[in-house]
Write a protein that binds this ligand. Structure first.
Ligand code: ATR
Length: 281
């Protein structure tokens, strides 16, 4: 009895998702399990998916390297997942397998929980650094939340072009080089670092210098290992307010759990608990 969820991906033995979802189950007083199911690259993905579907589970999360590979095996794709071309959450509802992407909404929820006032003025200027899958999800979600001035900076400018086509008002997005981003960093109210630069074992790197970041700018980094990146540390020294990547994991999970169970769990002290777990590693 109860809910049965899984995580598929490779390698995933160190994933934080089981901890997050077991906390959600406990906090919602629901019975259930959340288990890791590592799909080895040498095994047939199709066979593994067939086996999984026969297990009568209620849903599963999908992580690297299968976020695209899963798509042909689903019955329905939610709009956001279709736009992203990537699925990280699958729910079994009324006999159908439905694919979602919770990255963007999870990110925006985590930001709003810490800095609600930012959302009072959707004209606030936003800079997204990076143009990979995470940048795409965040850009799309901020656009859906009607932020109207979102620029993108990337090492390869051409990659960023593909992202802005999704926007309500793409003409209001400028594409910058990393050098331009560094120079103009003072003209944004929110700067979001979405690349892997600064992640362990390269924790002494930062995507751009924080020299021009102004007082009270919100600086966000989706890297969560370390929980306090060099980019955030340097920006805090300039008087920026920071937003750490581990909170995105929690709110992404919150949204997935809500899709599966219709229950929205209060994150509360899970933020500090997860930070402690990450810092203990
Ligand atoms: P994900 O899908 O997880 O977001 P990704 O697709 O690997 O990750 O995206 C990586 C992003 O980080 C890209 O914007 C990449 O820049 P390019 O488009 O120029 O490749 C950026 N990136 C990765 N390593 C980088 C580095 N050392 N310096 C600058 N940008 C980097």
């Amino acid at each position: 009895m109860g809910f049965h969820f899984k995580l598929i991906g490779y390698p995933i033995t160190h994933s934080l998702s089981p901890w997050i979802h077991e906390q959600f189950l406990e906090r919602s007083n629901l019975q259930g399990t959340y288990k890791i199911d590592e799909f080895k690259p040498e095994d047939s993905f199709e066979e593994n998916i067939k086996r999984l579907k026969n297990e009568q589970i209620d849903g599963f999360n999908v992580t690297v390297p299968y976020k695209q590979a899963i798509i042909p095996f689903l019955d329905i794709l939610d709009d956001t997942a279709r736009k992203m071309g990537a699925v990280n959450t699958v729910a079994y509802k009324n006999g159908k397998w439905i694919g979602y992407n919770t990255d963007g909404v999870g990110y925006v929820r985590s930001l709003e929980s810490k800095y609600p006032n930012l959302f009072n003025n959707k004209e606030n200027r936003v800079l997204v650094i990076g143009a990979g899958g995470a940048a795409r999800a965040i850009y799309y979600a901020l656009d859906q939340y009607e932020f109207s001035n979102i620029d993108i900076a990337n090492r390869t400018k051409a990659t960023a072009e593909g992202i802005i086509e999704m926007a309500h008002s793409p003409r209001r997005t400028e594409i910058l080089s990393l050098e331009e981003a560094e120079k103009n960093a003072g003209s944004y109210e929110l700067i979001i670092q979405t690349t892997s630069v600064g992640m362990k074992p390269n924790q002494e790197q930062a995507i751009i210098s924080s020299n021009n970041i102004k007082l009270n700018t919100i600086v966000s980094d989706i890297v969560y290992q370390p929980v306090l990146t060099k980019f955030l540390r340097d920006s805090a020294k300039k008087g920026a307010m920071i937003h750490q990547g581990h909170t995105m994991l929690l709110y992404q999970g919150q949204y997935a759990f809500e899709i599966w169970t219709n229950k929205k769990i209060n994150i509360g002290d899970m933020d500090t608990k997860l930070k402690d777990i990450l810092e203990g590693r």
